[in-house]
Design a binder for this molecule. Structure first.
Ligand code: ZN
Ligand code: MG
Ligand code: ZN
Length: 500
């Protein structure tokens, strides 16, 4: 990573000094004690900043850092789709002959090991997971039920269990969560909070802030921190500042942020979903001041790499899943952005001047039963490349136009590059834009929800050897903890305060 000092060459050198100072916080130290853990120092501009990292001191593993990238809902077709889109964009003349290992490559191709992960939850007779159970399994090393965050049992009989992120914090490492969804959404929440139901997003926000054990939190979802919008009226924005977080809300503020604890809550208040924008809307449609996933990833690494004990970072491309649910062709653009973020991670991990870093990309499950091909042998990748607004954006624009025929045609043609046929116009005005676009591109979908297929994984650096085969989602945190040399017991039950 350019411009970052080498914080360490050798984890063992640093660890010797303070083996006896080691304070594993045990179970709930994190709740009440964590706010005091970060030290303070003066930033370059003279402002007080809160340093990242916990107060423990690692003995160190083979890897100094670990970065886990999760494209939520990405199966093999999503990866292939990103590859074909990139190949088309790089050289449309050579396409599709350039879709070979000698042609266009993705960043996932740089990984040392490729494997496949099973994703089923702890649900009798169910093979298919939601993101809560999936994130929980990946973060805690033990399986939970659908809808759970950071625990096991059932909604009525819930037991919180510790996560690999918490273990990293307790060992003195810096930690971070980055996502394009609300930061209170299931995947990031499963790494650092504990609630029986993923819908308890106000409480998830409160836990992040009160625990203070995630140094960098970047995503959306200000509504769950804002006293005006929280059910309990508590001001989690002010509380976050008291806890040493610098709160930023725009791309420019993120770029300007000094090192130290950081809470980024992006996306305008008028956002329909309160998630960040889809990649295509952010890039081509909306006049947005949101950062992209790559910029958030770069900033998180820059801040977290200040910690001499190393860092754990989870980066989620969280809206791939949403586009799988809605059968949106621009899922390929979203997945390609995720691949760029993974490239940023690998650039850091592979740099000779940075410490040994484990890096991995793996989804939590597949969404949509996406297929490359519907009922013909040829797909239209020129059309897929040209569709540069999300279905969500187009649907709202059509609705805003009152399904007026002329306005609808204008909106769709302007954002897709298509010349619509009479039949297509009738279908679109009748509310069937999704089908029209998929028929054009020949992208196929077999589910409105998640599917049970195993998902592809890509791992590099020390610890990658755990992921070069077929493995289970509960193996992710165990392998990461091993690479980092963390004390980590999968499924360790913890005492924990949960409010409503
Ligand atoms: Zn998911
Ligand atoms: Mg997610
Ligand atoms: Zn989903």
């Amino acid at each position: 990573m350019p411009g970052k000092p080498d914080v360490s060459d050798d984890a063992e050198d640093r660890s010797g000094i303070s083996a006896d100072r080691r304070t594993f916080m045990g179970t709930v130290g994190a709740i009440t004690g964590a706010s005091a853990l970060g030290g303070t120092a003066l930033a370059d501009d003279g402002d007080e900043k809160t340093e990242v990292g916990g107060e423990g001191s690692r003995t160190g593993g083979d890897a100094q850092n670990a970065i886990l990238v999760i494209p939520d809902g990405a199966g093999q077709a999503h990866i292939s789709g990103a590859r074909y889109l990139k190949a088309y964009q790089e050289d449309s003349e050579a396409f599709p002959e350039n879709v070979t290992p000698d042609g266009t490559t993705l960043n996932v191709d740089r990984a040392d090991r490729i494997g496949g992960m099973s994703t089923q939850p702890d649900e009798p007779e169910l093979l298919i997971t939601d993101s809560g159970a999936a994130g929980t399994a990946m973060a805690t090393g033990t399986k939970g039920y659908n809808g759970v965050i950071g625990g096991i049992g059932s909604e009525d009989d819930y037991t919180p269990v510790g996560t690999v992120l918490e273990a990293a914090h307790e060992a003195g490492m810096a930690t971070g969560l980055v996502t394009t969804t609300r930061i209170t959404h299931a995947t990031p929440a499963a790494f650092a909070t504990h609630v029986p139901d993923r819908g308890m997003e106000d409480e998830i926000a409160r836990q992040y802030v009160e625990n203070g054990n995630v140094d960098v939190l970047l995503g959306s979802g200000k509504r769950h921190f804002d006293p005006e919008e929280r059910d309990d009226g508590e001001d989690m924005l002010a509380r976050a500042e008291e806890q040493g977080y610098h709160v930023v809300e725009t791309e420019a503020e993120l770029a300007d942020a000094d090192d130290g604890k950081l809470l980024g809550l992006f996306g305008s208040e008028s956002d329909r979903s309160a998630h960040m924008s889809y990649y295509v809307d952010r890039e081509y449609v909306d006049d947005t001041d949101e950062p992209g996933l790559v910029e958030m990833t770069e900033k998180a690494i820059e801040v977290l790499s200040d910690c001499e004990n190393g860092f754990f970072l989870m980066v989620e491309s969280g809206r791939v899943d949403h586009q799988g649910h809605s059968h949106d062709n621009t899922i390929t653009h979203e997945q390609l952005e995720c691949d760029e973020a993974f490239g940023t991670v690998l650039d850091y991990a592979e740099d000779d001047d940075t410490p040994e870093t484990f890096a991995m990309q793996v989804a939590d499950h597949e969404t949509g039963g996406m297929s490359l091909g519907w009922d013909a042998y040829d797909m239209d990748w020129a059309a897929i490349d040209e569709i540069r607004a999300s279905l969500e954006h187009l649907d709202y624009a059509i609705e805003e136009a009152g399904y007026d025929r002329g306005a609808t045609v204008d909106v769709v043609e302007a954002h897709t590059g298509l010349e619509l046929t009479e039949g297509e116009i009738i279908d679109i005005v009748g509310g069937d834009l999704t089908n029209v676009l998929n028929k054009r591109t020949q992208m196929g979908w077999s589910s409105d929800s998640h599917t049970g297929e195993e998902v592809p994984s890509y791992a590099s650096g020390p610890g990658a050897e755990h992921f070069g085969q077929y493995f289970d989602n509960t193996d992710v945190s165990v392998g990461i903890a091993d690479a980092l040399g963390l004390e980590f017991e999968p499924g360790r039950e913890i005492d924990y305060e949960i409010r409503n």
